[in-house]
Design a protein around this ligand. Structure first.
Ligand code: ADP
Ligand code: ZN
Ligand code: MG
Length: 497
């Protein structure tokens, strides 16, 4: 090693993200084409505007702006009095106009933040900006190796061209890939609560991650790093990351690669790298393009956007952290229960409707443990049973009023409800689960005693298993619907009396 070689441990990992999220709207951001094209033929959801035909004009979609304003409210960002659109010029086959309509110096969301918890440590990540733009089309590499660099040919589909996108740019505030993962989870949760994002949609979240190593001497006691040191650090931008796990893996790979380079006294090239998910490596794509390469100029086909009043009036639902705290306080739930029951807005809404009718603890145990467990096992989600809330409430009522045993409610009725779509009453009827009243149990007890004189004798001579055997006989003749405690009591009374 040369005398100048630096130890990688003298450096701090610094990461900043550019996250693209698709806003869930019915139509595209600048035309009336439907965004519901998941199972459609390629290029079937297109028009002159999203195909970029000469003379076609964009019209801004109000719902997309509303989504952006909701995001601004959720991340505590400022909305400028005037916002406008720009053209970002570049050639790529997925971009039919040869420019992307985006925002440049007046993004709709400015100076926001999002707080994440990593190993009980709260970290506030500053969000520099979030702006509205149009998604390009999508390319499908085919033939040959099928990869971006090995395919024989490439198909282009403009169905996605014009889907509203928010590009969310964070400050370089992350100090580890773990924090990135926590941030992405939190961001998705917030977007889900706002109802402006569909995480199940393919490619709905795409991440570019910037990463550098900054000398430890530049980091102050609070972990802050000055702008000069940030600018001086050579960073790579890793593109093509499409999942939280992918982000964590790509960044972990990049941390190791950069540390190795430092240790060997090699400079880290300022470049754009591609995350190859299947091989688990980042590969160099090109030297980093600069802003001036894009020849930004204002989009004259769209007027100035003035939305300050609208931004002030915008209403957003209670966000996950607030809801979690309220659940703990209002329903007396533990923090882990509260977390589980607020994991999505649907789960939280469902729980509150159950807690409205029953004791909050009973409701929590039914929803968090029983229902979510059974749904999870079947690869289902609350959304699949939301419309059956009344049936679910009825099931809990049957169990709570001892019409059926708790065990049957959970293991027979609920499972049949989910597997066959039957109502709880149907299952109870079909399986004969209604709990037997005391008269019936008493007559079953009498029969069991009559029919099993040997067991009765064994009981009187103090043989341990005899009582259990008789309980079993009664349970069997009542179809498992008798309460075992009652059976036990009545049997003893009859035998001892
Ligand atoms: P550019 O001019 O290249 O667009 P920006 O300052 O706009 O650079 O930052 C782009 C992204 O790079 C942001 O997500 C930011 O957090 C991140 N970034 C900036 N400096 C660093 C750094 N030293 N290390 C890692 N990421 C950084
Ligand atoms: Zn269109
Ligand atoms: Mg930038």
């Amino acid at each position: 090693m040369s005398a100048r070689a630096v130890s990688a441990s003298d450096h701090r990992v610094v990461i900043g993200l550019e996250v693209h999220v698709q806003l869930e709207t019915e139509t595209k951001v600048f035309c009336g084409c439907s965004t519901d094209f998941e199972d459609s033929e390629p290029n079937s959801h297109t028009c002159p505007t999203c195909l970029g035909l000469p003379g076609a004009l964009p019209t801004l979609n109000e719902a997309a702006v509303e989504g952006a304003l909701k995001l601004a409210a959720a991340i505590d960002a400022d909305v400028p009095d005037e916002s406008y659109f720009h053209r970002k010029n570049y050639y790529y086959p997925d971009l039919p106009k040869n420019f992307q309509i985006t925002q440049y110096d007046s993004p709709l969301c400015q100076d926001g933040e999002l707080t994440v918890t990593v190993e009980n440590d709260e970290r506030t990540i500053a969000i520099e900006r979030a702006h509205l733009e149009e998604d390009p089309g999508s390319l499908q590499h085919a033939g040959g190796g099928g990869g971006i660099d090995s395919a024989e040919y490439t198909r282009v589909d403009y169905n996605r061209a014009g889907v509203p996108l928010m590009e969310i740019v964070t400050e370089p505030d992350f100090r580890s890939p773990d924090e990135v993962r926590a941030f992405l989870a939190k961001l998705e949760e917030v977007l889900d609560y706002l109802g402006i994002f569909d995480s199940s949609r393919d490619g709905s979240l795409r991440i570019d991650a910037n990463i550098s190593l900054v000398p430890e001497a530049e980091v102050d006691a609070d972990g802050r790093i000055g702008p000069d040191a940030l600018a001086a650090a050579n960073r790579t931008e890793v593109k093509n990351i499409s999942s939280h796990k992918g982000a964590e893996q790509a960044l972990a790979y990049e941390v190791t690669r950069q540390k190795n380079a430092l240790q060997r006294d090699r400079t880290i090239a300022q470049e754009t790298r591609h995350w190859d998910e299947s091989r688990g490596v980042t590969v160099s794509m090109r030297s980093k393009e600069e802003e001036k390469d894009y020849r930004y100029f204002s989009e004259a086909d769209l007027p100035v956007l003035r939305v300050s009043d609208w931004a002030e009036a915008i209403e957003i639902p209670e966000l996950p952290d607030a809801r979690r705290e309220r659940f703990a306080a209002e329903y007396g739930l533990s923090s882990s229960e509260a977390r589980k029951l607020t994991s999505t807005r649907e789960v939280a809404d469902f729980y509150e409707q159950v807690a409205d009718r029953f004791d909050p603890d009973v409701a929590a145990s039914w929803v968090a443990d029983t229902l979510l467990g059974e749904l999870n096992y079947r690869d289902m989600a609350i959304a699949d049973v939301e419309s059956r809330l009344d049936e679910f409430l009825h099931l809990i009522e049957l169990a709570e009023t001892d019409e059926i045993t708790a065990k049957n409610a959970e293991e027979v009725v609920l499972r049949a409800m989910l597997d066959d779509g039957r109502s709880p009453d149907e299952v109870v009827e079909r399986e004969g689960l209604g709990t037997t009243d005391e008269d019936e149990i008493e007559s079953a007890v009498a029969t069991a005693i009559d029919e099993n004189p040997d067991a009765v004798e064994d009981y009187h001579t103090g043989e341990d298993g005899a009582l259990n055997f008789l309980v079993g006989q009664v349970m069997q003749s009542t179809g498992g619907s008798a309460d075992p405690g009652t059976v036990n009591e009545l049997l003893r009374a009859a035998l001892d009396g």
